[in-house]
Design a binder for this molecule. Structure first.
Ligand SMILES: *Cc1c(COP(=O)(O)O)cnc(C)c1O
Length: 371
């Protein structure tokens, strides 16, 4: 039977036009962005060890999640899930929602962020400034179910960073963060890093770094640093991907109550678990030395870098170490930079701070504390 013209439904041209415009807007955001700096602070005590920090705080939306949000939007549009008028929903501890609210605003799409009540005020303000709506849950482990329920109720699309972060990014290159780092290192005295150090939220950035290191056959190893309250470290040690952590993470952006699907343990060479006091102390020390404030997860990264630098110095090794400044400390003036908050949370940073400052000035790591 030949189809009658009446039943022949052609694809809607208007939808196609919207997709084209949306892709060109996202690509335009990429074109207007410069690559982020790979800074090289000097630490007088660390002879032969070069430390580099990729400064992701300079993206228009203030964190490394700018990259992820752009990738998730492209992924959603190219998979036909995001169309004209689609309401977008996300589960987030804040940074991702800020970046996604920005892109939703660019594309004139409604955006709803589902976040823990503990999310910093500055992130909430940023989301609302971009026209997004915030929906709160009391415990971080509730964000997934709440976000998927909100998406069902409004007939929207759940972006689901924790599932899709590892696959929305082109791991072979396309100027992903790994390719950018290795390109920026090319003219350095020690161009191939001994280690790249990264904390895990979705696990997406560490997955991209680990895959890219293998793909390009570099001798670099990947060290993932986990925080006090998080399921990742336990899962890495035991192989139990069902591991959970009941206590919510205090370091925003990293540490998760469950092992996220985007966390890929097989590409990680080593993991270190770092106490929150050590992370926040390292954040303060680095901020003082850079003369500007970095965020808590950057402190976690920096403590891991110091730990590896100490190990290398002890063995008489030279080499370079690379990590990230994930976001700026301006978002945390009422928490990590507030002595009252530290005291309320029973976090004593003084001993770690003293130890790190001494280490950076002398190269001697005197550590009798749990890391
Ligand atoms: C998301 C995030 C991280 C971790 O990056 P992932 O790629 O999600 O593992 C670190 N720091 C901050 C501030 C973040 O928002």
């Amino acid at each position: 039977m030949s189809p009658s013209f009446a039943s022949l439904k052609l694809p809607n041209i208007e939808d196609k036009d919207w997709e084209k415009r949306a892709l060109s807007i996202l690509q335009g955001d990429g074109l207007r962005s410069a690559d982020t700096h790979l800074i090289k602070p000097v630490f007088p005590g660390l002879k032969g060890i070069d430390i580099y920090l990729k400064d992701e705080s300079t993206h228009p939306t203030g964190s490394l999640k700018h990259r992820l949000a752009r990738s998730l939007f492209l992924y959603g549009i190219c998979n036909g899930k995001i169309k004209k008028g689609t309401t977008l929903v996300e589960a987030s501890s804040g940074s991702t929602a800020v970046s996604e609210a920005y892109f939703a605003h660019l594309l004139h799409l409604p955006f709803i962020a589902v976040m823990p009540l503990s999310t910093s005020r500055k992130k909430i303000d940023a989301i609302e400034n971009f026209g997004g709506t915030c929906h709160f849950v009391s415990n971080p482990s509730e964000v997934y179910e709440a976000a998927s329920q909100v998406a069902r109720e409004v007939g929207g699309h759940y972006l689901d960073q924790f599932t899709y972060a590892e696959r929305a990014t082109d791991w072979r290159g396309n100027n992903n963060i790994a390719e950018s780092i290795f390109n920026q290192m090319r003219q350095e005295a020690q161009p191939t890093p001994e280690w790249v150090v990264m904390s895990a939220g979705t696990g997406g950035t560490s997955a991209t770094l680990g895959r890219y290191i293998r793909y390009r056959n570099f001798d670099t190893r990947l060290c993932v640093v986990d925080v006090e309250h998080s399921a990742f470290y336990n899962a890495y040690l035991t192989g139990n991907m069902q591991a959970t952590c009941v206590t919510p993470s205090r370091i925003e952006g990293v540490g998760r109550p469950r092992v996220e699907p985007s966390f890929i343990p097989s590409v990680i060479d080593h993991m270190i678990k770092i106490s929150d006091a050590a992370s926040i102390a390292a954040m303060h020390v680095l901020s003082e030395r850079l003369c500007r404030r970095v965020g808590g997860s950057t402190g976690t990264n920096f403590f891991g870098v110091c730990w590896l630098a100490a190990t290398m110095l002890k063995k008489g090794q030279r080499g370079s170490l690379v990590s990230l400044i994930c976001d700026s400390g301006d978002r945390y003036s009422s928490t990590y930079y507030n002595p009252v908050w530290l005291e309320e949370n029973n976090i004593d940073i003084a001993p770690y701070k003293k130890m790190l400052d001494y280490f950076l000035d002398t190269g001697e790591f005197i550590c009798n504390m749990k890391t």
